[in-house]
Design a protein around this ligand. Structure first.
Ligand SMILES: *Cc1c(COP(=O)(O)O)cnc(C)c1O
Length: 387
């Protein structure tokens, strides 16, 4: 493990935990294909490294949101030209010719886009691969079921002409992680998706890869599995919804641990304030440690005063407001005039909780957000170390 001593913090990314999670999730349905969703720098874990590791674990499909991410990933995986890369966000004037030459699987939501893909394919002299997007309730990408016919007609035309191969049909669940009314919404989405698949089949599009499920659908909605599941948050070892099932109960292992070395430890006298606004004041003489990470690194400022760090099984509360590049922790009074932790000591900000550190779920709770944003927001300036 190589450490960058110029930056006294690092995210440790455990590739074997990724393998374990993939194996665990595979049990949900061993008969479907797996797409590793590695958008947004693989939720902060490092796009190229995670994709490569997933490839080594046998994953053949990769999902990224932006076309630019897809092109970058194709470059990063250039030794594996057979890797399928699915992308679903691009602008109306995107360079689709380049996308087609890069052999991407392109999501298409309407007839106009399909025709643009077809004409780009003509220009590229290469058949484009598309996945028809259906909006079954997300209100985001995809044709509404009632507008599917014109998309299918355009697809039929382009397929006959030989410029486009329709290889998939897909949609996305809006409430796949919920209980109660959310379940009913999912059942409705499932039925609409099923109908869209049948409509495509009636137009002669057979053998399409049908995909509806992200992590939540994979974990909690077997009828939504179809032919492929898009593995996101759960692959990174986090639950899609801790109030439905905890990460631990799902047998998942968070693959990222964030740690930092205290850059300063000093004793503050009772009554001394800490950080902007003086929202925290030392109740007694106490040692304050400085953790060299802040909101510029993606540490959520909303968690100020509600979170802790840990070392050797001991918890140290974070105190005062989280700053741009650092925050303070209360280490306590120490013994015999020695601080509880020396300067340079490594503390854990988040991980699997095995050393008393918070999990991404704990941070999410403190910051009133979701575990997704906790890991995804970690800024690229924080070094990633792969083990
Ligand atoms: C982000 C995303 C996923 C992955 O979702 P998770 O909840 O992280 O599993 C899958 N499909 C689409 C279309 C997405 O935008």
């Amino acid at each position: 493990m190589s450490m960058n001593t110029d930056f006294p913090a690092r995210a440790i990314i455990d590739r074997s935990a990724l393998g374990k999670n993939l194996q665990e999730l595979r049990k949900c349905n061993p008969n479907i294909q797996v797409m590793a969703v590695v958008k947004a720098n693989a939720y902060g874990h490092g796009g190229a490294q995670i994709a490569r590791a997933a490839l080594e674990f046998g994953v053949k499909w990769f999902g990224v949101a932006q076309l630019a991410e897809a092109l970058q990933l194709r470059q990063a995986l250039k030794d594996f030209p057979a890797a399928r890369i699915f992308t679903w966000i691009f602008s109306p004037d995107a360079d689709l010719e380049t996308a087609i030459k890069a052999n991407l699987d392109i999501a298409v939501s309407n007839a106009e886009t399909l025709l643009r893909v077809a004409s780009a394919a003509r220009a590229a002299g290469k058949k484009a691969r598309v996945h028809l997007a259906v909006d079954t309730g997300m209100g985001r990408e995809g044709a509404l079921p009632k507008n599917l016919a014109p998309l299918l007609s355009a697809a039929e035309m382009a397929a006959d002409e030989g410029t486009v191969e329709v290889s998939g049909i897909w949609s996305h669940l809006a409430r796949g992680d919920e209980n109660g009314v959310g379940e009913q919404a999912t059942v409705k989405q499932l039925a609409d998706f099923q109908m869209a698949c049948e409509a495509a089949e009636r137009r002669g599009f057979t053998g399409l890869v049908r995909h509806l499920s992200a992590s939540s659908g994979l974990l909690w909605h077997p009828p939504a599995h179809f032919d492929l599941a898009r593995y996101g948050i759960a692959m990174y070892g986090l639950t899609p919804n801790p109030s439905r099932a905890t990460t631990a109960s799902l047998q998942l292992t968070p693959i990222m641990r964030l740690e930092a070395d205290l850059i300063s430890v000093k004793k503050l006298p009772a009554g001394h304030p800490v950080s902007y606004g003086g929202t925290w004041v030392a109740p007694h003489d106490t040692y304050i440690g400085i953790v060299p990470l802040g909101y510029a690194d993606g540490i959520d400022r909303h968690a100020s005063g509600k979170i802790w760090v840990a070392a050797n099984g001991e918890r140290y509360p974070q105190v005062g407001r989280i700053c741009m590049d650092q925050f303070m922790v209360d280490l306590g009074c120490g013994k015999d005039g020695n601080p509880p932790l020396p300067v340079g000591a490594t503390v854990r900000l988040w991980g699997d909780g095995s050393q008393g550190e918070p999990t991404a779920d704990d941070w999410a709770k403190a910051a009133e957000t979701i575990n997704y944003t906790i890991v995804t927001d970690l800024n690229p300036r924080v070094p990633r170390v792969y083990i």
